[in-house]
Design a protein around this ligand. Structure first.
Ligand code: ZN
Length: 420
C-alpha cells in the first residue's frame, strides 16, 4: 500500500487544495482551466514552505474506468485542463525565479487507476492520427509502484510519475503575445482538422473563484492550457518526476503556481495525446525564490534537475526513423517526421508478437520509452530514435533466428468507438 503510506507521509504537511472526485471541478473554486493573470490566488505560502496539493485528472473525471471509448470520442476538449491553484508565494515578483521541489507525487488511494486513449481525428487527433483515426481507450490499474492494463496483456512497468502540466501565471503582456501569435497561426489554415492551435473559448472557461467582470475577462481572453509555452505549462516531460527541482520564471506578483495533468507513466512525446497514463492525484511541494533570477541566469523557459529515483530499465531495443514520410516523400531534416517513422517502425515490430497495432501504440504512449533526436545535420535526413525498454515485457522481444513467437493471444484488444 505504497500510495497510501505516501499520502499519509505527505499529510504531515498542510493540504492547501483538496478535490472531491465525485463533484464537478467547475464547483471547486481552487481549480481553473485557463491561463490568465487575473485568476485569483487560492492560498499564500512563504519561501521555504512545503505543502500538499490534490488534483483532478486533466479531464476533471470525464473519462471513466470502463471498457468503452465513447467518453474519449465524445469529450469536449475545450474543458481541459483542470488545474489546481494558483498558489501565491509571498515576496515573489516579476523577474524572480520560483524554485519548486517536487518532494513527492502520488495517486489518490480512492482512485488507483489511470487511462490512456487516442482521440478521434475529428476531435483532437494525435501524433499518429492518420494511422489511428478513431477513439480508443485502455485502462491501467495502479498497484503500488507498478501498473498493468486489462486491455494490453504481457506488459507491466514501474511508474515514472510526474505532473504533465505545471507553471506560473503569465502577465497581461505575455498572455497578449500568446493569443496574438496563435491567432495568426490559426489564420494560416483556419479549417484544418485537427486545428493548428486552440484559441480562447469563453463558454467552458473556469476562472477559479473569479466573479463578475473579472470572470468574464478571464473567459474571453484566457489562454488555453494545451500547449507548453514560455512559462512551462503543458510540457509533458516524463523526467520532471518526484524528486525533481524546477526553476520557473515569475511574471506576476506572488508567482501564481498552478499544476495538474498527473501521469503515472508516459513514453517520450506523449504520442497518444489522450494522453499518458492519466490520473487524479496529489503533489507534495516545497517552494523558494531566487530574486532577479531570470536576468541573472538568462532564463526564458523553465529549467529543471531530474529525480534521483528513476525506474531502472537499462536494456532497450532502439528503433530508428528518418525524415522520409509514409508515402516515401523526402523532407528536410524534419525530426517530427523522423520520430513518427521510428514509432511506426516499433509498432510494426511489436505487432509481430501478437499485439494489435493499437496495443503497440498504447505501449509507446504509456511505458517509459525514450525518444531521442539523434542527428539533425546529415542532409537531407534527420534521424530520431525510439527506445523501447525490453524488461517491461513478460516475454523476450528481441529478434532471434527462430523468428517472432506470437506471445500475445488475440481476443483482448483496446476498446474502440467509431465516429457518430
Ligand atoms: Zn496528460
Amino acid at each position: 500500500m505504497h500510495q497510501v503510506m505516501s499520502k499519509a507521509g505527505a499529510s504531515a504537511s498542510k493540504t492547501l487544495i483538496e478535490v472531491d472526485l465525485s463533484e464537478s471541478p467547475y464547483k471547486n473554486e481552487m481549480i481553473h482551466n485557463r491561463w490568465h493573470p487575473d485568476v485569483p490566488i487560492v492560498a499564500w505560502v512563504k519561501p521555504g514552505d512545503d505543502f500538499v496539493i490534490q488534483t483532478y485528472d486533466w479531464t476533471g473525471g470525464f473519462i471513466k474506468n470502463n471498457d468503452s471509448a465513447d467518453d474519449v470520442r465524445d469529450i469536449d476538449l475545450t474543458i481541459v485542463h483542470f488545474l489546481s491553484g494558483p498558489i501565491g508565494v509571498e515576496g515573489a515578483e516579476p523577474g524572480d525565479l520560483l524554485v519548486v521541489d517536487l518532494l513527492d507525487v502520488g495517486a489518490l488511494p480512492e482512485s488507483l487507476w489511470g487511462f490512456n486513449g487516442f482521440f478521434s481525428k475529428k476531435n483532437g487527433g494525435g501524433f499518429l492520427t492518420d494511422h489511428f483515426p478513431l477513439a480508443q481507450k485502455s485502462i491501467w490499474d495502479i498497484s503500488g509502484v507498478y501498473t498493468h492494463s486489462r486491455h494490453v496483456p504481457g506488459v507491466s512497468f514501474a511508474g515514472l510519475i510526474h505532473p504533465g502540466l505545471i507553471g506560473c501565471l503569465p502577465d497581461q503582456k505575455l498572455l497578449d503575445t500568446w493569443n496574438a501569435r496563435e491567432a495568426a497561426f490559426i489564420a494560416t489554415d483556419p479549417d484544418r482538422v485537427p486545428p493548428l492551435a486552440a484559441p480562447p473559448f469563453a463558454a467552458t472557461a473556469h476562472g477559479g473563484s473569479a466573479k463578475g467582470a473579472v470572470k468574464d475577462k478571464i473567459a474571453a481572453e484566457g489562454a488555453r492550457t494545451v500547449p507548453p509555452r514560455e512559462h512551462g505549462g503543458n510540457c509533458d516531460i516524463k523526467d520532471l518526476s518526484r524528486g525533481s527541482k524546477i526553476y520557473f520564471p515569475v511574471y506576476v506578483k506572488g508567482a501564481g503556481l498552478s499544476m495538474g495533468d498527473l501521469h503515472f507513466s508516459q513514453g517520450d512525446g506523449e504520442i497518444t495525446f489522450c494522453g499518458a497514463i492519466e490520473m487524479a492525484g496529489w503533489l507534495h511541494l516545497k517552494v523558494d525564490l531566487i530574486k532577479g533570477g531570470v536576468a541573472k541566469y538568462g532564463i526564458k523557459n523553465p529549467i529543471f534537475k531530474p529525480s534521483p529515483i528513476v525506474p531502472t530499465y537499462n536494456d532497450y531495443l532502439i528503433f530508428e526513423g528518418i525524415s522520409v514520410d509514409e508515402q516515401g516523400k523526402q523532407h528536410y531534416l524534419d525530426v517530427h517526421i523522423a520520430y513518427r517513422q521510428a514509432c511506426l517502425n516499433a509498432i510494426e515490430y511489436l505487432s509481430k508478437f501478437g499485439y494489435s497495432r493499437a496495443q503497440a501504440y498504447a505501449i509507446l504512449g504509456t511505458a517509459p520509452c525514450q525518444g531521442h533526436i539523434s542527428g539533425v545535420v546529415d542532409i537531407p535526413n534527420a534521424c530520431a530514435t525510439l527506445w523501447l525498454p525490453t524488461e517491461i515485457f513478460d516475454f523476450d522481444v528481441m529478434p532471434s533466428a527462430a523468428g517472432p513467437v506470437k506471445h500475445v493471444k488475440p481476443g483482448v484488444d483496446i476498446p474502440m468507438s467509431p465516429d457518430v
